[in-house]
Ligand binder design. Sequence first.
Ligand code: SF4
Length: 460
Amino acid sequence: MTKSLYIKTYGCQMNVYDSARMADVLAPLGFVPVEVPDEADMVILNTCHIREKAAEKVYSELGRLRRLKQARSHGGADMILAVAGCVAQAEGAEIARRAPYVDMVFGPQAYHRLPEMVARAGRAGGAVLDTDFPPEAKFDHLPAGSGQGVNAFLTVQEGCDKFCTFCVVPYTRGAEFSRPVADVLAEARHLADAGAREVMLLGQNVNAYHGLVEGKEDWGLGDLIRGVAAVDGIERVRYTTSYPAEVDAALIAAHREVPELMPFLHLPVQSGSDRVLAAMNRRHTADQYRRLADRLRQARPDLALASDFIVGFPGESDTDFQATLDLVTDVGFAQAYSFKYSPRPGTPAPMMDAQVPEPVKSQRLATLQDLLAEQQRHFNDTCVGLTLTVLLDRPGRHPGQLVGRSPYMQAVHVDAAAAEVGAIVEVRIDAALANSLGGTVVGSPDGGRAAPGDGTRQVA
Ligand code: SF4
């Protein structure tokens, strides 16, 4: 019998991947994904603990779902309500206590056991709780995925051992773990067979990837990128999230030598002040980051960099903040995410002295975002007149329009037939907006790939 499954996904691409795999695990039980929760037989909130007040937001969403559940027949017994992901991992039994109508609470390392949990939820008097970091590898127990379309995510690494003082990931996702090379390549082949042309390799700290080949040879991320790029049908490879202190020579060489590796890298720096970086436990200095950016651009001259910034970290002075602005000016970014520091329960930074007042954080954030927006705008402007390869991946807002991605991760709008979704086309860029580009298709579908080191792109 067919049952409907609604998954609400919060947070990062790894959660998007996990949600797709949860749907794969539940498919043999007859669960079919739906777009709205109203009539769903099972609702999963796949949560993220990165943002401020994440747990409170989950509880307020649960309040809404409780009303939905109560309105259903049999007092809601026909609807399974589950909380998954990092908030589930961090809060555990507290969710069952505060929201006793929740049927299942499970962490990111447990969702391969969903069929067993569903069976237990039918029998249990209270919530089924599974927030262990189990000894068996989750990935060994997942079925082959159903495919994700033209752009696919592929988790290759999980967890983090770096313990940045502001971050909850080491506590919610556990220690660093890499999937074996053979498993990653098999999944890449499966995704390609299902229509993927671009694959994003995912890891909380993807640079920590070390996968075994036949139990011995240890492949780093650079080797893995070469392996995935060699899979038939995969035309583009990207990876995220990077930890600067673990970018090695083999990875830089991959940027130089692998044409399928796109010339766009999200490389979070967080601050330009060595004092703040040390307090964050980041294990790199501002100048080491500058030199790394130089080495990457020597390997791939058109490389566009993106980054993450936290302003107002405890102890950040005006001088420290100026050092961040200096780093941004020196390096030049095509895109960036920037946030005011906000405390995460269970991490060391909230206990630090000299918490920065909110008005100061707001002022600094506005200043930084002005600079970053100017750099992004400049980067987009310098694309006008260039011909870029674009992977068309979805319909646009207007009839007859498609949207795709440039090698540099920009959204590109073109006039093209719906049948062209999935094609890689040559697009002459005619216009630049703050967050996207517009252009004209000038090359036949699959007209080519970005060439390494073609040198047409420079940032600020
Ligand atoms: S490296 Fe990234 S995931 Fe790991 S603790 Fe630092 S910010 Fe969190």
